[in-house]
Design a protein around this ligand. Structure first.
Ligand code: GDP
Length: 440
């Protein structure tokens, strides 16, 4: 996420290294680079300019008051300003109605349908809600099907009327259906177009007026940079939406949309999408995002994700197994699956402070565990529970079955052995905490 921007800002701060304090001259050089970094990240020109002006004012002002090195001081000021620019505090969703109605808006392909599913899943699993998804795209039967597939995946009912071509009616009927059947949140997915057009705007404005949602969210693809900001403006002029959802932040996004959108439409980013899976949704925290932009990682989110996967009972079982020397490859596989549930590897690595910089040239596979899983799946149940019986002959068979090389099987066996030993050593005390972090 935002690797390029992070890199360039880092270089900008480097200019101040070795200087005793911030002066008009060295600050000007740094800010020129900061501004260039922002523009390269597709931040709106006016915003970039205002941003650096504010940073300059603060830097000169605070210069005499702190013991920080100029570089550190600059990082702190830029971090605070970035946080402010992206909205300051975290903004929640309004779930006050019964049912609370959430309307999704945005262009086709922005990730609306996917996000509708993610949000339903989030509200169901994290907020104990009983959501209903509503398919209001009357133009593309495929869109209705897509929502049904998503609904099935997460176990959430989907309301649709494939024969009805009136989205206002469908949305109203869905709300009636929700009231009669005990759904307390209604998420209405609407039709998008490839570009902003009057007909689409009228249609969604009509739905908006008819159902009076508690929350109207505008979904936008972060990869589209400045365009994202312009589209946001067009939708906001018509809908006066409540918040923004920024999708596809897992991709090669430059960051401009995340940084500019709040100050252009004066509406907070509420959620981000970081992948195609239903779990790839995060509440947007401006200060954590600022940390990530500045390459400081996001340990808070990382620990939170680990905690979400933590299951007390599973952890106890695992500890017993380790104590009795019964930790096997099936347990190893469970651990891997838990880590995978935390998110894709690139995303997780990005949350570790400094990791992005250190691993800049390392290609991280999204599915880094692919080979390990294939190898374990090629083992017999007996081999998985008693790894000691895996001899050379068995290794050859396992490698063949999993499409890997014997060296890879050997490597996994070695890793497994080390991990088992370490876990045994760590029983109790600090070890428990580490295992908790690992979601075991
Ligand atoms: P809609 O037309 O606005 O409903 O968009 P869709 O929900 O159909 O999404 C369009 C494409 O973007 C699909 O292929 C999704 O899988 C993909 N997509 C949606 N959200 C994300 C995300 O956060 N990250 C990535 N990488 N892909 C996403």
């Amino acid at each position: 996420m935002f690797d390029n921007l992070t890199d360039k800002l880092d270089k900008a701060f480097h200019i101040l290294k070795g200087h005793g304090k911030i002066t008009d001259v060295n600050v000007a050089d740094t800010l020129k680079e900061v501004r260039r970094a922002l523009l390269d990240a597709d931040v709106n020109f006016k915003i970039a300019k205002e941003f650096t002006n504010k940073v300059k004012e603060k830097a000169i002002g605070e210069n005499v008051l702190t013991n920080l090195q100029p570089g550190q001081l600059m990082v702190k000021i830029v971090k605070d300003e970035l946080t402010e620019l992206m909205g300051g505090d975290v903004a929640g969703v309004n779930l006050s109605g019964n049912p609370s109605v959430i309307l999704m808006s945005g262009l086709q392909g922005s990730g609306k349908t996917t996000f509708s599913g993610k949000l339903a899943n989030f509200l169901k699993t994290k907020k104990n809600k009983n959501p209903l998804l509503v398919a209001c795209d009357v133009y593309r039967p495929a869109a209705i099907n897509q929502l049904h597939v998503v609904g099935e995946q997460i176990g959430v009912e989907v309301y649709s009327e494939p024969e009805n071509k009136n989205p206002v009616e469908i949305a109203q009927n869905a709300i009636k259906h929700a009231k009669a059947n005990g759904f307390n949140v209604v998420i209405v997915d609407t039709a998008g177009r490839l570009a902003v057009d009057e007909e689409m705007m009228n249609e969604i404005a009509n739905v908006h007026k008819a159902i009076q949602p508690q929350e109207t969210l505008f979904v936008v693809d972060a990869m589209t940079g400045q365009d994202a900001v312009n589209t946001a403006k067009a939708f906001n002029d018509r809908l006066n939406f409540d918040g923004v959802v920024l999708t596809k932040l897992d991709g090669d996004t430059r960051g401009g949309a995340a940084i500019s959108i709040k100050s252009v439409v004066n509406k907070p980013i509420k959620f981000i999408g970081t992948g195609e899976k239903m779990e790839a949704i995060d509440v947007f925290y401006p200060s954590r995002m600022a940390d990530r932009i500045l390459g400081m990682g996001d340990v808070v989110s990382l620990v939170e994700r680990a905690q979400e996967q933590y299951n007390e009972e599973e952890a106890r079982k695992l500890q017993k197994k380790i104590a009795k020397n019964e930790f096997g490859f099936d347990d190893f596989l469970t651990q891997i699956q838990q880590i995978k549930k935390m998110g894709n590897m690139k995303d997780l690595v990005g949350m570790i402070p400094g990791a992005n910089k250190a691993l800049k040239d390392v290609e991280i596979e999204d599915d880094a565990f692919k080979h390990i899983e294939a190898i374990i799946h090629s083992m017999t149940p007996e081999e998985r529970s008693k790894p000691a019986i895996i001899d050379g002959k068995r290794k050859t068979r396992i490698a063949k079955g999993s499409g890997t090389k014997v060296e890879q099987v050997n490597q996994l066996m070695k890793q497994f052995d080390q991990m088992s030993k370490m876990m045994k050593m760590m029983q109790g005390g600090a070890g428990k905490n580490l295992m908790r972090m690992m979601g075991g």
